[in-house]
Design a protein around this ligand. Structure first.
Ligand SMILES: Nc1ncnc2c1ncn2[C@@H]1O[C@H](COP(=O)(O)OP(=O)(O)O)[C@@H](O)[C@H]1O
Ligand SMILES: [Mg+2]
Length: 219
């Protein structure tokens, strides 16, 4: 586990007349779950992408624990992102989807299987391991996407609008399940949402963003 620190971290997209994130100062504690709350375009995804190394930081620094990761390649940061659309491989089983990232980095098959089973148990996916994504509900797909992130044992987890793709019933269910799942995963987490109620339920702390600036903090 690790804390996350943004030090005057700015993202100015090339060609834009203003920075999407002018200069973010934010500390997320070790094991803390922070909900980034803001309307569309407020910079939530940009903040996650700067942390994950998917977007260059134009100025300032990003730290994971004590380590300055500002110039560290994405795959070496220990930051896993669950994207809005889950991006599962349709032709792979749940087990293969979850284990794929480990295969890519050369984890041996036995250990891969053990870690996939461990992640599956954590997320209630054990009975679904042989299924393909098309056979799953959206909520189950989301847990697979989460499994794929945690199987890498990241130091930091980023969830970008995890509930926005779910229908109302599934959303209510995911909202009641996610805090427990995140507690079991136990890793420092940043989760984004446009909904104040979701932010309050998901986060130990809510950080409100508007035009890439922190608006208020509440416990
Ligand atoms: N790749 C990009 N190139 C240029 N501008 C971008 C890019 N991605 C996002 N933006 C702009 O940056 C701002 C923040 O976007 P984003 O971080 O996606 O917000 P959110 O996730 O809160 O909806 C918006 O004004 C958006 O149009
Ligand atoms: Mg976004």
């Amino acid at each position: 586990m690790s804390s996350v620190t943004f030090l005057d971290a700015q993202r100015w997209y090339p060609g834009a007349d203003a920075p999407a994130v002018p200069g973010l100062d934010l500390v997320v504690g070790d094991g803390e779950v922070v909900a980034l709350l803001g309307p569309a375009g407020s910079g939530k995804s940009t903040v996650l992408r700067m942390l994950a190394g998917l977007e260059e930081v134009s100025r300032g620094r990003v730290l994971v624990g004590d380590r300055d990761v500002t110039s560290v390649p994405a795959r070496e940061r220990g930051v896993a992102v669950v994207f809005q659309n889950y991006a599962l491989h349709p032709h792979l089983s749940v087990a293969e989807n979850v284990g794929y990232a480990l295969e890519l980095v050369g984890v041996a098959e036995d250990e891969r299987r053990a870690r996939v089973e461990e992640a599956a148990a954590l997320l209630g996916l054990t009975d679904l391991l042989d299924q393909r994504p098309e056979a799953l509900s959206d909520g189950q797909r989301q847990r697979v996407a989460l499994g794929r992130a945690v199987v890498r044992r990241p130091q930091v987890l980023c969830l970008d609008e995890p509930l926005s793709n779910l229908d109302l019933a599934m959303r209510a269910r995911a909202l009641s399940d996610l805090p427990g799942l995140l507690a079991r995963v136990g890793v420092t987490t940043l989760v984004t949402t446009r909904e104040p109620v979701e932010a309050a339920v998901l986060g130990h702390r809510v950080v409100e963003l508007r035009d890439g600036r922190v608006q208020q903090r509440q416990r």
